[in-house]
Design a protein around this ligand. Structure first.
Ligand code: 15L
Length: 270
């Protein structure tokens, strides 16, 4: 890959990906609203707001792939999400269309956060976003599909669970995405000759996982990690919110919740 643009380079995952890809790819262009503390030598830096169309089109000049990790990464007001996540992702796909670049989009489990923890999903089950943030991720996944059908822009939308160095609580025993597994998935998506338009679960091979069945056929992925070895210390680490514990999205699902009684479980496709 001779030219890679990473948005959201100053965020936690952005810094991890920078450390991984610096020196391994011909050109590495990094972007964010704020300068990361530790910019490696040899990278190109573009300070930009993803809501600024011209800035996004300019930073993508000449790249072959865009790792789109820039966004508000938690729940915010609709207006804030509209600017950074909805407009920002649209600008990234416009840039990809211009450059004929592929996009690896950091989607999120919050696109399906209102499924219950007892339910087992595959990517054909309809989205059930647990807030404006989750909605913006479902929108990004649909945008990817539109740009594939209309313009042939290749993409992989990775519905990331909880990408952390190690799981932190009982929910993460199901949602954990070990960082080496995330990197391996991105590399496989960059490497595969024909990416097409894929929706992937960004989750390790957790024994307690909720998600299986996605578009990974033909990607050569290594064996993934399993959070189970952390179970003895974490399985009792739950919140005191019954709504958070009921839904896969956890605290995002209980944030701002105002129903008196929970809705019946959402039907699965089958
Ligand atoms: C996400 O999408 C968030 O960006 C991250 O901060 C975590 O909360 C993660 O989901 C999760 O659900 O654990």
């Amino acid at each position: 890959m001779s030219g890679l643009l990473l948005t959201g380079a100053a965020g936690f995952l952005g810094r991890h990906l920078t450390a991984h890809f610096a020196g391994k790819t011909g050109r590495l262009v990094l972007s964010d609203l704020v300068v990361p503390d530790d910019l490696p030598d040899g990278v190109e830096w573009r300070q930009a707001d993803l809501g600024d169309r011209e800035a996004v089109l300019a930073m993508a000049q000449g790249v072959e792939a865009i790792l789109h990790f820039g966004a508000l990464s938690t729940e915010h007001s609709f207006e804030e999400i509209l600017h950074a996540n909805l407009r920002g992702t649209y600008h990234v796909f416009e840039a990809a269309r211009e450059q004929r670049a592929r996009v690896i989009f950091a989607s999120s489990n919050h696109a399906i956060g209102y499924y219950e923890r007892s339910q087992r999903l595959d990517v054909l089950d309809p989205p059930a976003p647990d807030g404006f943030y989750g909605l913006s991720k479902a929108y990004g996944e649909l945008l990817a599909r539109t740009y594939w059908m209309k313009h042939g822009v290749e993409s992989a939308c990775i519905r990331i669970g909880s990408a952390l160095p190690a799981p932190r609580d009982a929910r993460n025993l199901s949602s954990w995405f070990a960082l080496p597994d995330l990197v391996a998935m991105i590399e496989a998506c960059l490497r595969v000759p024909s990416l097409g338009c894929r929706l992937l679960w960004g989750v390790s091979d957790n024994r307690r996982g909720w998600w299986q069945g996605d578009d990974r056929e033909g990607l050569s992925l290594p064996a993934f990690d399993d959070a189970e070895r952390f179970a003895h210390e974490l399985e009792k680490k739950v919140t005191d919110s019954p709504i958070s514990e009921r839904y896969q999205g956890g605290s995002f699902a209980s944030d701002g919740y105002s129903r008196n009684e929970p809705a019946p479980p959402l039907p699965l496709k089958g």
